[in-house]
Each structure stands twice: as structure tokens, then as C-alpha cells.
Design a binder for this molecule. Structure first.
Ligand SMILES: [Zn+2]
Length: 259
């Protein structure tokens, strides 16, 4: 079974003690590629060193809305520099993680919107996919995407919206990232949506170290759990784990231009 973890934070210190072992166990379980996403300027260098030195890892760089107060105006210019310097590098795969978070009310929405649009502009300029964080902000995100229409589209990570919202993203060419959240039995509404989504629109992710799946509760999440997540989501959709792994990996290959 070949798997791709389209969303990880393997550079976080949560993995400092055993990162090599986690990577070895994940690849033994079929996880062939993993995307590591930058969230603020201060982690880009460290992230790039990790990705460059490790087979199967790919990098995305972005300014995450949850860290709004850490972002400085010059960080957008630096992001453009990073993307320009690495343009065409096989290890650079996307702009992200960025987006809109209306769940945390302390985050100023206008400043988020400005940062969101600036990074969508970079995805357009550098012809890279956009890897989006969207919480309680689907309407604003969809309206903005309709104005920018990034040519390579991208992924709405940890998708937890409605079926109608999913359809809007799909019409814009986006894939929906699914992971631990839909493995929890109490996530009824999300599980119904996941069961209905077209197979061509799904990519798998862990968001490690966050969003532990139901079969590994209260633990540090890890790409080594992706096969378990895949098996649970496949059962929910009435297909085999192999079918979901093959389809989601093919979809991820298309997003990132891998073959
Ligand atoms: Zn993330």
C-alpha cells in the first residue's frame, strides 16, 4: 500500500527525540512521501534543512493565520524570496500553510484576509498549489478563491465543512484533506460528508503532531498512523483501504505534479 501524508509538521520539536525512528516506521508502513508545512518565518530554515536532508519529504512555506501576531510585514517579502530562490526545486511543493481562522475570535479578520490574499497571489505568481487552513471561514475562503482562481488550486486541509462547501472547493479544482478528525465516532456530521465525497477529491493527511485519530487517542499524532486512518475512512466509504490509498495517492500526485 502506497500512502502520501499531505500535511505534517515534522519539524516541530515534538519529534526532536525520535524523528528518524518515526520516519523509518512510517516508510515501512507505506508512507512514501510527506509534506512538511511552514507556519511562520522562524521555522522555514529549520524545515528546509530537514526536508533537504531527508528522502520522501517535501516542503511548503507559508504564514499560518493562528500565528498572526508573530508575522511581520517583511515576512511576506521573505516568503516571496524563499519561493523565488527555490523555484523549480523538486523538494518545494506548495505555498502553505495559510488561510482563514474564524474559530479563534482574537485573530483580526481583516489582517487575516490581507495575509490570505497576499499568499494566494504568491501561489498564482509561482504556479504552486495552495495548502489552506480554514476554520469556520468557508464562505469567505470560497469567495476569495473565486476572485483569485489559483491555477494549480491545492488542498483544503483537515476539511470539516458541509457537502455543499466541499462541492464549491471541488469546482475550484481543490482537493479536501482528510485525517484524524473523521475517525472519531462522535464526528457524525463530518463522517456523513466524508462518505459522500467523490474519490477523486480526497487526499489523506495526519497534521502530525496534532489531530490524533480515534485509534491512537491522546497521543502525539504521527505519519505512522496514516495507514490506520486510511483503513477507517475506507470502511466509512465502503471501499478497501487499498482502493482509498491508491486513489488518494494518485490525487496527491496530481496536486503536487509528482509521477
Ligand atoms: Zn497544519
Amino acid at each position: 500500500m502506497r500512502l502520501i501524508d499531505t500535511h505534517t509538521h515534522l519539524d516541530f520539536s515534538d519529534f526532536d527525540a525520535d524523528r528518524a525512528e518515526v520516519l523509518a516506521r512510517s516508510s515501512a508502513l507505506g508512507v512514501q512521501r510527506m509534506v512538511v508545512l511552514g507556519v511562520y518565518q522562524a521555522n522555514w530554515q529549520r524545515l528546509w534543512q530537514l526536508v533537504e536532508a531527508t528522502d520522501g519529504l517535501h516542503a511548503a512555506f507559508g504564514l499560518h493565520p493562528v500565528y498572526l501576531d508573530e508575522h511581520q510585514p517583511q515576512h511576506l517579502a521573505e516568503l516571496r524570496d524563499w519561493l523565488g530562490r527555490l523555484a523549480g526545486h523538486r523538494k518545494l511543493c506548495a505555498v502553505g500553510e495559510f488561510g482563514l481562522d474564524y474559530y479563534l475570535e482574537a485573530l483580526d479578520r481583516q489582517r487575516q484576509q490581507t495575509l490570505f490574499e497576499a499568499q494566494l497571489g504568491l501561489a498564482v505568481d509561482f504556479e504552486l498549489p495552495a495548502l489552506l487552513h480554514v476554520r469556520r471561514a468557508h464562505a469567505a475562503t470560497i469567495a476569495t478563491l473565486k476572485r483569485f482562481r489559483p491555477p494549480r488550486a491545492g488542498i483544503v486541509h483537515a476539511f470539516a465543512g458541509s457537502y455543499e462547501e466541499a462541492r464549491e472547493y471541488i469546482k475550484l479544482g481543490f482537493r479536501l484533506g482528510l485525517g484524524g478528525a473523521a475517525t472519531w465516532p462522535q464526528a457524525n456530521r463530518l463522517r456523513k460528508v466524508v462518505a459522500q465525497l467523490p474519490l477523486e477529491s480526497i487526499v489523506l493527511e495526519t497534521d502530525a503532531p496534532d489531530m490524533a485519530p480515534a485509534m491512537h487517542p491522546n497521543q502525539r499524532n504521527s505519519p505512522e498512523y496514516l495507514a490506520d486512518i486510511c483503513a477507517e475512512l475506507a470502511a466509512l466509504r465502503g471501499v478497501t483501504a487499498e482502493e482509498l490509498a491508491a486513489a488518494s495517492s494518485r490525487n496527491a500526485d496530481e496536486v503536487f505534479g509528482w509521477n
